[in-house]
Design a protein around this ligand. Structure first.
Ligand SMILES: [Zn+2]
Length: 477
């Protein structure tokens, strides 16, 4: 995988492009120049597109929405200065999460499986955000609190390697080319972990959570993997030791008690993830049923059961479970979306439509609801309407490849061929496939040749993508 061998000099070329060079003191020896926050942002975005092209992702709108809003909430009380974040949800049942310079936040589906409460989930992310806010990746250079290009490139390459499941081989590949930078990183790593725990813990409390969730999460992970020869990636980079647990436990006890431990919303999202990673919906249904038998008040288990039944095509049982939930909480978005899903599956489109009207009137800016409306419009054979809907969605999610993918689809259905190619270009660029992106704009230009303003807009966008591609290619050489 050539991803793992970034060339740092060419990385510097990306960073030295004229529009970004203003705040650079002097590039000098490019490989040692310091990355400004704006460059860090650009670099992070470029790497994110590469990562997206490499790893399998979860594109569940509810899960995405939950991760985004929960992390933004944590960022708000954190010491993070640049709070422009971009997210990636990795389709892996292993526990992992990372926050990288440039505002990239990655969460594995597995984090939901391991973190039993929202506070535990937040503890992991607060720790990760602290690594970024404390600029740990730049600590190799004493006096400077700024990221250096080789360090950042090596670090991001490491993230791609770990995320793509390359494991030790991937890390070794980086280490050989980036030995110095990596060694520097290791030297500071234990100290960095301690600091991330400490700062993360404070943030956890500020964000309204019970700080004791952090030591509990660590304790459980340690118990679980104590005798495991091959612990998950997260534990390799975050060794959980007795002293670390004792230290966080001590600090947590000193903070004020009474913070939030959990939320129904978190448990609902957790049920979605549990269902996703279960072998069959039948097995999932059995598991949720067993949880309910033990505690009939467990709404998240009932919700999981309903979803599993929809997936298994047992619609009556699904309806029964959902009815109980909706009676209790008629406005809960997750329950209503499940009911819409059920109605669409049962081909009761007018019912689905009625429910979606009511919900969108209540929560007009909710991403999962808008997404559901789009899906419904497609089912109803109204691609033009669906396209209008998606264009609106793009206002709030301009860098979401899932949205662009569907925009291309509905523009195709609506007969908007130029728009289809433009949307495909955006999609391909966001997942790091610039050749395809640029080719799609060639197709679009050819079709737009008698519409001068449009053709020149497409041309301008193509030039931008070519520039981006050149810069990214440089990073990978
Ligand atoms: Zn850490």
């Amino acid at each position: 995988m050539n991803l793992l061998r970034p060339t740092l000099l060419t990385l510097a070329c990306l960073l030295a492009s004229p529009s970004m060079a203003d705040d650079l003191p002097s590039l000098g020896d490019a490989s040692s120049s310091i990355v400004s926050p704006e460059q860090e942002h650009q670099l992070g975005r470029a790497w994110l597109s590469i990562l997206r092209g490499e790893v399998d992702q979860l594109s569940d709108p509810q899960l995405k929405d939950y991760v985004e809003s929960s992390v933004y909430a944590l960022a708000e009380t954190s010491q993070l200065q640049d709070r422009r974040l971009e997210f990636i949800l990795l389709n892996s049942s292993q526990i992992n999460a990372f926050a990288a310079p440039g505002g990239i936040v990655g969460v594995n589906g597995g984090l939901f499986l391991y973190a039993q409460t929202e506070a535990e989930y937040a503890a992991v992310l607060a720790h990760e955000l602290a690594h970024v806010s404390q600029r740990h990746f730049a600590r190799g250079v004493e006096a400077q609190q700024r990221m250096q290009i080789p360090l950042m490139a090596a670090m991001l390459a490491g993230i791609v390697a770990a995320a793509a499941g390359a494991g030790d081989a991937g890390i070794a590949a980086i280490a050989s080319s980036q030995a110095a930078a990596i060694q520097e990183q290791r030297r500071f790593s234990r100290q960095n972990e301690q600091e991330a725990d400490r700062i993360g813990l404070l943030n956890l409390e500020k964000a309204g959570y019970d700080p004791r969730a952090m030591p509990s999460m660590f304790e459980r992970l340690m118990r679980q993997y104590r005798y495991d020869a091959k612990p998950p990636e997260f534990l390799l980079t975050h060794p959980v030791t007795e002293s670390r647990i004792a230290d966080t436990r001590n600090r947590a006890e000193q903070q004020k008690p009474g913070g939030k431990e959990d939320s129904l919303r978190y448990q609902l999202m957790r049920a979605r993830v549990q269902l996703f990673y279960e072998e069959t919906p039948g097995i999932a249904a059995k598991r949720f049923r067993a949880m309910l038998d033990e505690n009939p008040k467990l709404d998240a288990a009932r919700y999981g059961l309903a979803l599993a039944k929809i997936k298994a095509g047992q619609l009556n049982e699904a309806r029964e479970a959902l009815q109980a939930l909706l009676e209790k909480a008629p406005d809960e978005i997750a329950y209503n979306l499940a009911q819409v899903d059920l109605d669409i599956t049962a081909n009761r489109l007018p019912d689905a439509q009625k429910r979606s009207d009511r919900l969108l009137a209540m929560y007009p800016n909710n991403y999962p609801l808008k997404q559901m409306r789009t899906d419904l419009l497609i089912k109803q054979g109204q691609p033009q309407q669906a396209e209008k809907n998606l264009n609106e969605l793009l206002q709030s999610r301009p860098h979401d490849p899932d949205v662009w993918y569907q925009v291309a689809e509905v523009r195709g259905l609506a007969g908007n061929t130029i728009g289809l190619h433009q949307a495909r270009a955006e999609y391909f660029a966001l997942v790091g496939d610039y050749d395809q992106a640029i080719e799609q704009l060639d197709f679009a230009k050819r079709r737009a040749n008698n519409n001068f303003p449009l053709a020149s807009r497409i041309d301008a966008r193509q030039k931008e993508l070519l520039d981006e591609q050149r810069a990214i290619k440089g990073m990978l050489r």
